[in-house]
Design a protein around this ligand. Structure first.
Ligand SMILES: C[S@@+](CC[C@H](N)C(=O)[O-])C[C@H]1O[C@@H](n2cnc3c(N)ncnc32)[C@H](O)[C@@H]1O
Length: 481
């Protein structure tokens, strides 16, 4: 059954069976975090405040990632990864701890995921990792270690054209896609380029081939069209990026062309195979799989990505939830929210904050008592309401702590408290005692409380015009979460 997961792909992939997937394409954030920031860029014309930038920065070597970095050699040994790779990792971690902790945080994040991806691939399976020169060389070393150098198949260069920038270097106009087989029996169908007139003359014999034109569009099989077998495709792919006016464009900042994904799917899977995209974004891999009769599994940590896929790709092919595909991870009731909290408290925080239109802190432990923020405009200024989420037991000191945050943070106007449980009378009194924030003659309670039940009933924060997550190209309703 086709599946769409909302959540952190590491949690999800850990629950997937070994050797169950035929093809994995992963297009993670490129150690720049641009995508996240762009996604949340407000459309008010005001610049993104520094605090949003900091809030969205995943690549900090926090305590958790630092511990994980030290633990990876043990995990690698447990998964049977060869001793040379384990030693290499150990020395690389020690070197990067002193020179580039952001890169180390990124590599830790990627390594734990690639180890799991390797486990779930069938022996005939393949993995394509999409990245760019920001970290490609480091990632190649990690992939070689996990998959084995002999299973490296290609470094594909996606050569695209875009508007040149002014720079004292050559224009940067390519991405890298690493292609690995799980073993030497990985599925592979040779794809052919459309033959030139001269090669048509040279080669004879009718053959059935998949071909592409210069724009990367799939053409009818050669059997119907020509007698020539064509030219086997190279590892340099000239596929245009999606033009602003293109029909396939959904406005997702990092959307990849469907032609790129079709090429990967046609080369490295067969009809009926299972294709998995753990960073599925706006679902390009999903649509390419549907079009080519593959089964698919997509996963994304952003709720708006899941909504966007449902509103566009899934609608386009009239797929029915429960019959053609399932969605997992999005609570539809307070009971399911409770379950999410028990399974993954961080994801619960993430979900509940985004559900009320907020921006979530990426730090699992919160940021000095702040789990997220609501941004709103007052005058010509971007103001904020800090959010705190509690899934377990709640008490009046939680509200007192929030008052402390309000006093400490000079740039914060209000605070919101989200809980699974109903707040006690004492908590409500404590919140009321914080008074009001006043703007244009309207009084807004400085501390507001919302339960998950109330959120399901449609209740939300009471504050001046909220800045919601918007699409960069103009903002669409479905990103108003
Ligand atoms: C570069 S985009 C992928 C774009 C996609 N290939 C497309 O064509 O739309 C990366 C995606 O990974 C998601 N993401 C980041 N960290 C994640 C994680 N830990 N688990 C699942 N998804 C994640 C982001 O929300 C974003 O949508």
């Amino acid at each position: 059954m086709n599946k769409l997961f909302y959540g952190d792909n590491l949690t999800i992939v850990k629950k997937m069976s070994s050797e169950s997937i035929d093809l994995i394409y992963l297009d993670p954030p490129f150690n720049s975090n641009r995508s996240y920031n762009l996604l949340y860029k407000n459309t008010t014309g005001l610049p993104i405040p520094e605090q949003i930038e900091a809030f969205c920065d995943t690549w900090e070597l926090d305590f958790e990632k630092s511990e994980l970095a030290s633990d990876i050699p043990r995990v690698m040994q447990e998964y049977g990864i060869n001793a040379d790779t384990v030693h290499f990792w150990h020395y690389m971690v020690e070197a990067l701890r002193m020179t580039d902790t952001k890169l180390l945080a990124y590599l830790v994040y990627m390594t734990v995921r690639v180890i799991e991806m390797y486990r779930i691939l069938k022996p005939t399976g393949s993995l394509y990792l999409h990245c760019d020169p920001t970290a490609s060389h480091y990632l190649k070393v990690i992939l070689d270690g996990i998959f084995g150098k002999d299973n490296f198949r290609n470094e594909i260069v996606w050569d695209y054209k875009r508007w040149p920038t002014k720079a004292k270097r050559f224009q940067r106009m390519h991405d890298i896609i690493f292609f690995y087989g799980k073993s030497d029996i990985n599925t592979f169908t040779v794809l052919y380029r459309e033959p030139s007139a001269s090669s048509q003359k040279r080669w004879g014999g009718k053959q059935q081939r998949v071909t592409f034109d210069e724009q990367g569009n799939r053409l009818p099989t050669l059997e119907e069209q020509t007698d020539s077998p064509g030219v086997p495709m190279s590892d340099v792919w000239q596929i245009p990026i999606i033009a602003p006016s293109a029909k396939e464009r959904l406005g997702y900042p990092t959307q990849k062309p469907i032609a790129l994904l079709e090429r990967i799917i046609l080369a490295s899977s067969k009809e009926g195979d299972v294709v998995f995209d753990p960073f599925c974004g706006c679902g390009t891999t999903i649509e390419a799989s549907i079009r080519n009769n593959r089964q698919w599994i997509g996963c994304d940590i952003a709720i708006h990505s899941i909504r966007l896929i449902q509103d566009t790709r899934i609608k386009k092919y009239a797929l029915v939830e429960g019959k053609d595909y399932t969605i997992e991870g999005i609570p539809q009731s307070a009971e399911q929210a409770q379950y999410l909290f028990e399974q993954d408290p961080f994801q619960f925080k993430h979900w509940s904050i985004e559900k009320t239109g907020g921006f979530c802190s990426n730090r699992k432990t919160g940021d000095r008592g702040i789990d997220g923020r609501i941004y709103f405009e007052a005058g010509n200024k971007l103001c904020s309401m800090v959010l705190s989420v509690k899934g377990g037991n709640i008490k009046p000191t939680d509200i007192r702590d929030l008052r402390g945050v309000l006093e400490r943070e000079s740039d914060v106007e209000m605070a919101g408290f989200i809980s699974l449980h109903e707040p006690t009378k004492a908590m409500v009194q404590e919140a009321d005692a914080a008074g009001y924030y006043e703007y244009q003659g309207v009084k807004y309670p400085r501390i507001q409380l919302l339960t998950i039940n109330q959120i399901f009933e449609g209740k939300t924060w009471y504050c001046p015009s909220v800045v919601k997550a918007q699409r960069k190209d103009g903002g669409q309703a479905y990103l108003n979460i």
